[in-house]
Design a protein. Structure first.
Length: 287
């Protein structure tokens, strides 16, 4: 897995920049199309700004001429467009990814940090292979063996971000119910909890259990991921995973709300040291 240079992140940054340039120029979508002398229409300009499509270099040159962009800024945007058209390492798995999850994997591959709350099962970045197989079988009852193994290996590939160059910082708050749900049976669960303890001792991984005693909390409505990126140009993203699709939230007020929510969860949860002790006891019970 190459990681670290994600076409998904590049495409996101490009569409944000193109929208900003048009706003700075004071043009409507239709006005940009009119100024292009038929090179493209308003709908196409709109798709470039929503990320549905990356402009070709020729179209981008016309667009930048209209916006009066030159010099280094022009070169940087042209480079962004080239990188956005590349294929990420996950492209080979695109057919098996549900709608929206390809976007998440692309963002995760270049993220500097991921913070997540999970209430149902261990997040993919921390799963053992056997736990992944059991979870996928449970969720997708008719999954064929080939598809099952491909999904398992995708999750294992994603985990390289935790130990490779410039490792991803992961902070996970896991609901206590998650460690009691026997996905795959006692042996699989024991091995999974052992992996959680092992991974939590990495310097870039923080793990906290949210105990039943915490009662009602801000994330009762469901799990979520928050992603932060190394480049300050790339604003944070909230990702919500659903049964058949995923949703990325980018508005500042939404990111702020989930940031506050995660802060509350970390305050309610057991400390990392208490979590280690609790998980170790659970491992002993599974023996």
């Amino acid at each position: 897995m190459s990681g670290h240079v994600s076409p998904t992140v590049r495409a996101r940054r490009l569409r944000i920049e193109l929208h900003r340039l048009r706003q700075e120029a004071g043009h409507t979508l239709q006005r940009v199309a009119d100024l292009s002398d038929g090179a493209f229409n308003a709908a196409t300009v709109g798709r470039w700004e929503t990320g549905d499509r990356v402009p070709r270099q020729g179209d981008l040159r016309v667009l930048l001429e209209i916006y009066g962009v030159s010099g280094d800024r022009r070169g940087a945007l042209q480079k962004l467009a080239k990188e956005a058209k590349q294929r990420g390492w996950w492209h080979a798995h695109r057919d098996m990814l549900k709608d929206g999850f390809g976007l998440y994997v692309g963002l995760e591959s270049e993220a500097a940090a991921v913070q997540t709350y999970q209430s149902l099962y261990v997040p993919g970045l921390l799963q053992t292979e056997d736990y992944s197989r059991a979870a996928i079988r449970g969720i997708r009852m008719n999954e064929d063996p080939e598809g099952l193994e491909a999904k398992v290996q995708l999750r294992q590939s994603r985990q390289q971000r935790l130990t490779g160059r410039d490792p991803l910082r992961l902070w996970a708050v896991l609901d206590e119910a998650l460690v009691h749900r026997q996905v795959g049976g006692p042996t699989v669960m024991r091995e999974q909890l052992e992996k959680l303890v092992e991974q939590a001792r990495l310097p870039n991984v923080t793990l906290q259990l949210l105990p039943y005693a915490a009662g009602a909390h801000p994330a009762l409505e469901g799990p979520f991921y928050m992603l932060e990126f190394p480049d300050p140009q790339d604003a944070g993203v909230i990702y919500l995973e659903q049964a058949t699709s995923g949703l990325a939230l980018e508005a500042e007020d939404e990111v702020r709300r989930y940031t506050l929510m995660f802060g509350h969860l970390t305050a309610l949860a057991l400390s990392p040291e208490e979590t280690d002790t609790h998980l170790t006891r659970m491992i002993d019970s599974y023996r």
